[in-house]
Design a protein around this ligand. Structure first.
Ligand SMILES: Nc1ncnc2c1ncn2[C@@H]1O[C@H](COP(=O)(O)OP(=O)(O)O)[C@@H](O)[C@H]1O
Ligand SMILES: [Mg+2]
Length: 328
């Protein structure tokens, strides 16, 4: 039986851009799928197809047991959607925004009011409830948008980059709210550009690039594919780089990469903290002085680099890629 969110061979083209190039997904009921990918990967297009806002050129989707193309109205009644671009009315207060959503879903005035009050409390917006939404901070707006998607407690939820642009504290708060929601049995598809976010919230992660799912699994499985943990060493003298690289190459799980200008070496490892002290001893024994050493888990960039051969280009990050494009 297909899961609460199921897609098969979704294709969507805009002019000559293939936004979706045959996407398959299957999200078991009560679990969270993190759709992870850089800008332009096709995440929003996938969410829009699954939530009836966009008709795919090809493929099939079933959400909450309903055919997305055949029964769009019924699908809409069974899902909540929190968009990348918040659908909050600036001039209404937080409370009015939530009550309005209740009324759109044909709730009676009294239950709509009660539900709004409950959500305002849950999303830490009670103090600001009667201020117009235009006076809210970015984090408050995101929480209001999320609350609006939950007015009718849908069994299936979609969240498109719920925390992009939020500061770390607001992001953490939102993660707590999302965890609570999911512990109540909601099935969730969440898109994000942050591996860390998918790590915290998702049971399964599908990595999307150029409209295709290029890898899928738990976050541990994906990280293992990129070589597990890494040790980073900064040596004091540039002349020691090649000797240090030999040590790291010997103890690590592959070749060490060297960033010459930063005197930094990175090597994938297994063995964690124990190996770290071994590396320190070994470097010390050869008289290689180090300025810094640390163990770190793979980042989104590591996963992307290993899966796609190019680094993730997140919003607001000036990577080498954008420089190259500008030069063309
Ligand atoms: N309405 C549209 N018209 C034209 N191109 C679009 C439209 N929506 C998305 N695209 C293109 O499709 C690709 C995927 O976009 P999108 O799904 O928004 O990616 P993501 O959400 O992962 O950043 C991008 O190249 C984007 O420019
Ligand atoms: Mg998007």
């Amino acid at each position: 039986m297909p899961g609460a969110i199921y897609a098969e061979g979704l294709v969507k083209t805009f002019g000559d851009v293939k936004a979706l190039d045959g996407v398959d997904l299957d999200v078991p009921e009560g679990t969270v799928l993190g759709l992870l990918g850089p800008n332009g990967a096709g995440k929003t297009t996938a969410v829009r197809c699954l939530t009836t806002l966009l008709r795919p050129d090809r493929g099939r989707a079933v959400v909450a047991g309903l055919d997305v193309l055949g029964q769009p109205d019924a699908v809409r009644r069974s899902i909540g959607l929190s968009g990348q671009f918040a659908a909050v009315d600036e001039y209404l207060t937080g409370r009015e925004n939530l009550q309005m959503v209740g009324q759109l879903y044909q709730m009676r005035a009294k239950p709509a009011k009660a539900r709004a009050a409950e959500l305002l409390e849950q999303f830490h917006l009670a103090d600001a409830a009667d201020r117009p939404a235009k006076t809210y901070s970015g984090g408050m707006r995101r929480r209001l948008d999320l609350a609006a998607a939950l007015v009718v407690s849908p069994p299936v939820m979609f969240m498109d980059e719920p925390t992009t642009g939020l500061d770390p504290r607001n992001r953490q708060q939102l993660w707590e709210v999302i965890k609570q929601l999911v512990s109540g049995g909601t099935t969730l598809l969440l898109t994000t550009q942050y591996l860390e976010e998918a790590d915290h919230l998702a049971h399964d992660i599908a990595v999307v690039d150029h409209g295709r799912v290029i890898a899928q699994g738990t976050s541990d499985q994906l990280k293992a594919r990129t070589g597990g943990e890494r040790v980073e060493v900064v040596v004091h003298d540039r002349e020691h780089l090649s000797a240090a690289a030999a040590v790291l190459g010997g103890l690590g799980k592959g070749e060490a990469t060297v960033e010459d200008h930063m005197r930094k070496l990175t090597v994938p490892v297994t063995g964690g903290a124990k190996l770290l002290s071994e590396i320190i001893r070994e470097l010390d024994g050869r008289g290689i002085e180090i300025d810094d050493i640390g163990l770190r888990r793979p980042t989104l960039d590591d996963v992307f680099l290993s899966l796609t051969g190019h680094a993730a280009e997140t919003e607001g990050t000036e990577g080498p890629q954008s420089g190259k494009e500008a030069a063309q």
